[in-house]
Design a protein around this ligand. Structure first.
Ligand SMILES: [Ca+2]
Ligand SMILES: [Ca+2]
Ligand SMILES: [Ca+2]
Length: 329
């Protein structure tokens, strides 16, 4: 649902056809400059998806200067020009209710999608469901106290040994959307982790050296976490909640395993992971400062990120995931 709407939103960002100028007080203003006459029903500008001032410059001046209109009236520009309306939304700012959500077009901050609560997290006068998703990027060189997820690598054949492993998130694109009913969603297309240092473990008969390289977490589709938020928190600009069920991911990369004391037992070298199924555990997600920052805190010692048996017959697991993924715009 949210993902389905993403593309239209992006398209709308470029086209910027209509602004949901709304602003509640403007009850009269939009009506007046709409060339008055038949206020209700059947917008005179049938095909004109451009209710903007086609050529008639400021028809508003004809009668009288609109009383209280602060800045809003012109739908063409809402602040930064991001209307948020889907590109195919041509509903004029009239008294009709295009999306049937009980809010007239002229006051609806998202005219073509039902959003009866009119929630607007970032306060840009565009309803959440019409907002362009908030985009976050993890840049190279991000301080490691964030974007570092600690796990345990288990290598097991006849004996088991554990390696502490820190997965540093190098980069990845993450997006956040909020709906009109109290649910936020965070989704990512791919996360790229830094290589790990070489880990060494003695299993009595063999010495295992393990290094995780070129490690990616991907999703069967995009991996999405959703979490509920309360309306008071929403209006205060900071929301948080427990993410929903563990998120399926696909892990790819290379686990470089060397068994130094028994080369006959197994070949050494690279053991590629080819899209191994895995999962991220649930976490505590927060979007604060009206969307300027997002974080996801993982703390689940029982989680299994992925399991794989290498060519040499060693079972490798990444278990437990702790740490904070903090992202900024
Ligand atoms: Ca409406
Ligand atoms: Ca609406
Ligand atoms: Ca908004």
């Amino acid at each position: 649902m949210q993902t389905r709407l993403l593309t239209p939103f992006l398209a709308a960002l470029t086209l910027a056809p209509i602004a949901c100028g709304d602003d509640k007080g403007g009850s009269t203003s939009s009506e007046t400059d709409a060339a008055g006459s038949t206020t209700g029903t059947s917008p005179a500008t049938t095909d004109g998806p451009t209710p903007t001032t086609t050529d008639g410059p400021t028809p508003s001046t004809t009668d009288e200067p609109p009383p209280t209109t602060t800045v809003d009236p012109d739908p063409t520009t809402t602040g930064d020009g991001t209307t948020g309306e889907p590109a195919d939304c041509a509903a004029p700012a009239d008294a009709a209710d295009e999306d049937g959500d009980g809010v007239a077009n002229m006051a609806d901050n998202c005219r073509c999608d039902a959003n009866p609560n009119q929630l607007d997290f970032d306060g840009n006068s565009v309803g959440n469901v019409c907002d362009v998703p908030l985009k976050f990027t993890i840049a190279d060189g991000t301080p490691p106290e964030f974007n570092k997820l600690d796990t345990t690598a288990e290598a097991e054949k006849t004996l088991k040994c554990n390696f502490p492993v820190s997965l540093i998130v190098l980069n990845g694109d993450v997006q956040v959307t909020l709906d009109d009913a109290g649910t936020a969603k965070i989704w990512a297309a791919k996360l790229n982790f830094a290589d790990t240092p070489e880990l060494t473990c003695d299993l009595t008969l063999v010495k295992v050296k393990l290094k995780i390289q070129q490690f990616f977490a991907d999703g069967p589709d995009k991996f999405v976490v959703g979490f509920p938020f309360t309306l008071p928190d929403h209006d205060a600009g900071s929301i948080s909640g427990q993410t929903d069920s563990p998120q399926s991911i696909l892990v790819s990369g290379i686990i470089n395993v060397t068994e130094s004391n028994n080369e006959g037992l197994a070949p050494t070298g690279e053991n590629p992971l080819e899209m191994v199924p895995g999962a991220f555990p649930t976490g505590l997600a927060s979007v604060v400062n009206k969307g300027e920052q997002v974080s996801v805190v993982f703390d689940d010692s029982d989680s299994i990120v992925f399991m794989q048996t290498t060519m040499s017959g060693i079972n490798i697991k990444l278990t437990g995931l702790k740490g904070t993924l903090r992202l900024k715009m």
